[in-house]
Design a protein around this ligand. Structure first.
Ligand code: PEP
Length: 244
């Protein structure tokens, strides 16, 4: 044992000041009773300050969904890692498949962002995963190894979190089976320090979370859609608890 168990919500581009407040009120109250599982929410930039205030003194941490790979300068619209750290940000999602697919983020960019997050003293949550086409072509291991190796070339993994997120399972309602997740997690496990938490992400719901989280190399989840509903999210956090 000894690896951190973590459930992190990825709100994506959802929320409002009112909705966030209500959601976090419910989540913080319920999660305060949960032992042995860390819980975090990764929220859109404009809400970070307010969410940080609301989460002070609770057991829920907060993070961002993206960051610039640059330290500062003429990068209109970008946010640096140091800016996030200044507010007490703990986690930053790096290399999410939506960033890779919709915004053309490369493996090299994800690696540079990863480095920036670590240099600012925060924990990157590095996302990687294959498309359906790549899985069908038997290339899952090759793809995730390439994505990870690009980061490992220039970075040590200590303090970072890994999230295996098959692209075909994100927001589709179609999750990897526990065995499919376990196979990739076991493959990744050999490439990162033993203590690294490896999360599964892709249509995790309260119904499928217990079986996925019971796999020996699955240390929790990165949760999109279900993190927007307090009860679902809390039930998923509870499902990540395993008796020592
Ligand atoms: C995600 O966006 O990281 C994710 C896993 O989304 P969903 O849970 O909605 O599939």
């Amino acid at each position: 044992m000894g690896r951190t168990r973590l459930v992190a919500g990825n709100w994506k581009m959802h929320g409002s000041r009112k909705a966030n407040r209500g959601l976090l009120e419910e989540v913080t109250k319920a999660v305060a009773q949960v032992r042995g599982v860390e819980c975090a929410v990764c929220v859109p930039y404009p809400y970070l300050g307010e969410v940080a205030e609301q989460l002070k003194g609770t057991t829920v941490a907060w993070g961002a969904q993206n960051v610039s790979e640059h330290a500062q300068g003429a990068y209109t619209g970008e946010v640096s890692a140091v800016m996030l750290a200044e507010f007490g940000c703990r986690y930053v999602i790096v290399g999410h498949s939506e960033r890779r697919q919709l915004y053309g983020e490369s493996d090299a960019q994800a690696a540079a962002k990863f480095a920036a997050v670590k240099a600012a003293g925060m924990a990157p949550i590095l996302c990687l995963g294959e498309t359906l086409q790549e899985r069908d072509a038997g290339k899952t291991e090759e793809v995730v190894a390439r994505q990870l190796d690009r980061v490992l070339e220039k970075n040590s993994f200590e303090t970072a979190v890994l999230a295996y997120e098959p692209v075909w399972a994100i927001g589709t309602g179609r999750n990897a089976t526990p065995e499919q997740a376990q196979a990739v997690h076991a493959f990744l496990r050999k490439r990162v320090p033993e203590k690294t938490a490896i999360l599964y992400g892709g249509s995790v719901k309260p119904q499928n979370a217990p079986a996925i989280f019971a796999m020996p190399d699955v240390d929790g989840g990165l949760i999109g859609g279900a993190s927007l509903a307090a009860k679902d999210f809390v039930d998923i956090v509870k499902a990540a608890y395993v008796k020592a």
